[in-house]
Design a protein around this ligand. Structure first.
Ligand code: PFF
Length: 449
């Protein structure tokens, strides 16, 4: 008998694609991808990134969705069922626990950064109605970081938005939210790219993004491109596994998986094509922008272009929407787990969100009252990012690849990956068995030492 999820199911293939793309497309694409590209040699980084997506991320994405659909429960419970059915060590359930911890850690700081985007959106709304212009974006950003109350407020607003959607459940909450937010996001992005095209600098931006300077490719670029691929595709912490648990039986996992990966990559590139023409047009160098590229450089550019306030508002709202559809996917796995333990969905979403919000206060305070606290030379937020993004996601991805490739029943995997022709199934199997684990292990070792 085919299992169904007690949490509800996506109403269609398209609903899943929107939700999974919503999870994948977030701060990672619009804030992180452009500045990582900027800092790591432009086209060279893009090329290696695309390679990592195809060779490592895509096969692991298939594995996560397939495992989720087979289990039909939250990651920990799905893995418990699958290990029992296939007679495999229960130790693999540990992947589910790592994923819950990683999700909580990531959501704690993700919501703080998403709060910045709300703050900036608000500044532009005020400016539209005659408020002061952001004349010195560097100062505005520094001031924001130095005010714990302001940071905490926006962090709380964002967390409430996230919790509200998750509390409503898969069909009434998640699906309805992504059906509204994703098209809005896409339209805003196209508007920005269209603007970029009119600046006359689209060509320069495209050549920066797509003309690889081969001399720039080294081990470090590989390391960062791989980490970016995991983060951007929401891999390694069972988010896609959770979304897969709500996927109808007849939908082809490889098809939706490939669509999500293409959409995520396409939107990252579009974000680059939206941002770099403005940066170049404003006379700033596209290289070496750093993490402040968006919060400090772009407002400067928006300040001096016609309708800059409107573009500024669209841009930061776009970022907030993208972060929202990602943060709901960060909260859902832990919430679903508690629901399966008998907690009501509202209480589960509320308590997990409250916990992550509380943890986020550490990141908030790390920018001001506790700015002297340095762990391994990093501020508190960067330290949490290091543990969660750079260590736990690749570790989770590595374990998922090994589990899917070597331990879980190949027959059952094949059933879940129906639609994949036999030679491609064999190729997928070798990618998760050997190629992905070896590459991820190299990245992990490099990150640790
Ligand atoms: N993929 C999201 C982004 O690019 O911003 C971040 C993310 C969401 C990472 C969900 C991990 C995750 F499970």
């Amino acid at each position: 008998m085919e299992k169904t999820s007690i949490h509800g199911m996506w109403s269609s293939r398209f609903a899943f694609i929107l939700a999974a793309t919503g999870s994948a497309v977030g701060l990672g694409n619009i804030w992180r991808f452009p500045y990582m590209t900027s800092d790591n040699g432009g086209g060279a980084f893009v090329l290696v990134y695309l390679l990592c997506v195809a060779m490592v991320a895509l096969p692991i994405l298939f594995a996560e969705i397939a495992i989720g659909r087979r289990g039909r429960r939250s990651p920990i419970h799905s893995l418990m069922d699958i290990t029992r059915e296939d007679g495999v060590s229960r130790g693999w359930v540990g992947i589910g626990w790592i994923s819950i911890i990683a999700g909580v850690l990531i959501l704690s700081f993700y919501s703080v950064v998403a709060g910045w985007t709300l703050h900036y959106s608000w500044l532009y709304v005020k400016q539209l109605f005659g408020g002061a212009a952001i004349t010195d974006p560097g100062l505005v950003f520094a001031e924001l970081l130095s005010h714990p109350f302001e940071l905490t407020f926006w962090h709380a607003v964002f967390m409430v938005l996230t919790m509200g959607v998750v509390a409503l459940g898969v069909e009434q909450g998640l699906e309805r939210a992504v059906k509204f937010l994703m098209p809005a996001l896409f339209i805003m992005l196209l508007l920005l790219v269209a603007y970029g095209a009119t600046t006359g600098h689209l060509g320069a931006a495209a050549s920066f993004l797509f003309n690889p300077d081969w001399s720039k490719i080294d081990g470090g670029v590989f390391l960062r491109a791989m980490g970016q691929a995991f983060f951007s595709l929401s891999l390694g912490m069972c988010t896609m596994m959770t979304y897969g648990a709500y996927l109808p039986r007849d939908v082809s996992v490889p098809r939706v998986g490939a669509t999500v990966a293409l959409a995520d990559t396409g939107i990252a590139l579009l974000a680059g094509l939206a941002i770099f023409p403005i940066v170049i047009g404003f006379g700033m160098a596209p290289t070496g922008g750093g993490a402040g590229l968006i919060f400090t450089s772009l407002p400067l550019a928006f300040n001096s272009i016609p309708f800059g306030v409107v573009y500024g508002l669209i841009f930061f709202l776009l970022l907030a929407f993208a972060a929202w559809t990602s943060s709901i996917s960060l909260l859902e796995p832990a919430t679903a787990f508690l629901v399966e333990r008998g907690v009501s969905r509202k209480t589960a979403a509320l308590s997990m969100a409250a916990f992550c919000w509380g943890l986020g206060l550490l990141s908030v305070l790390g920018f001001n009252h506790w700015s002297h606290v340095k762990i391994l030379g990093r501020d508190i937020m960067s330290f949490i990012e290091l543990i969660a993004n750079d260590l736990m996601l690749p570790l989770g991805g590595l374990l998922i690849a090994l589990f899917a490739g070597w331990f879980i029943s190949g027959e059952r995997m094949r059933e879940q990956l129906h639609g994949l022709p036999a030679p491609l199934f064999t190729l997928w199997r070798w990618l998760v068995r050997v190629v992905a684990p070896v590459l991820v292990a190299v990245v992990l070792v490099r990150a640790v030492i």
